[in-house]
Ligand binder design. Sequence first.
Ligand code: TMP
Length: 221
Amino acid sequence: MNRTDSNNESHFITLEGGDGSGKTTQIELLANYLNERGIDVHITREPGGTRLGEALREIILHSVDPINDKVELLLLFAARSQHITNVIKPRLSNGQWVLSDRFTDATFAYQGGGRQMGIKDIEVLQTLVQGDFRPDKTILLDLPVEQGILRLTRRGETRDRIEQQDLAFKQRVREAYLERYHQHHSRIALVDASASIHEVHKAITIEIANMVSSSGNRNGD
Ligand code: TMP
């Protein structure tokens, strides 16, 4: 069952893409766009979004001790479970829209594709943690891997455990994301992230236009 069938007021939207694809900038622009239309928005991220989730994020991205792939996968889903139960579902029930910088498609892309874990175990954990809960819409910001790396280099920040992975890993992530898009094209919208910030924002607003018009003007005017 699609969650929106039971609640047509709020929507759960996720932004996905490789490192350097501009998700964080675009999520802020999207939130402003929705706010201007009277829609109450909660921005969150994965891994993270709760106190426990942020603590797990720190471990997942910066652990000095080696973490094997299975542990990484379990930590991601532990953080996700807390996030869904304590933040995402309660906010949606309150009529807020939830915008998440990454969600489970990232696990299929990074752990399934990048780490080459395949999709079976991820699907099992997805069912355990989410049941049939899925985003209403996912924006996939697609960018050639080399451009993503260039953007990260320009930012000059220290790279986390996952950002440090090699080119082949990042190519597999991109391919796995595109595979997700082909398999779930009614939910996932593909947006060319190599365009300007403004053009990417415009493309995203077009993708969610029907959700905005169906939710009406919450200001009551
Ligand atoms: P961010 O830099 O976009 O906030 O994401 C943090 C990193 O975590 C990013 O390199 C992707 C990675 N990640 C996974 O590997 N699997 C996941 O399920 C999620 C949500 C993120």
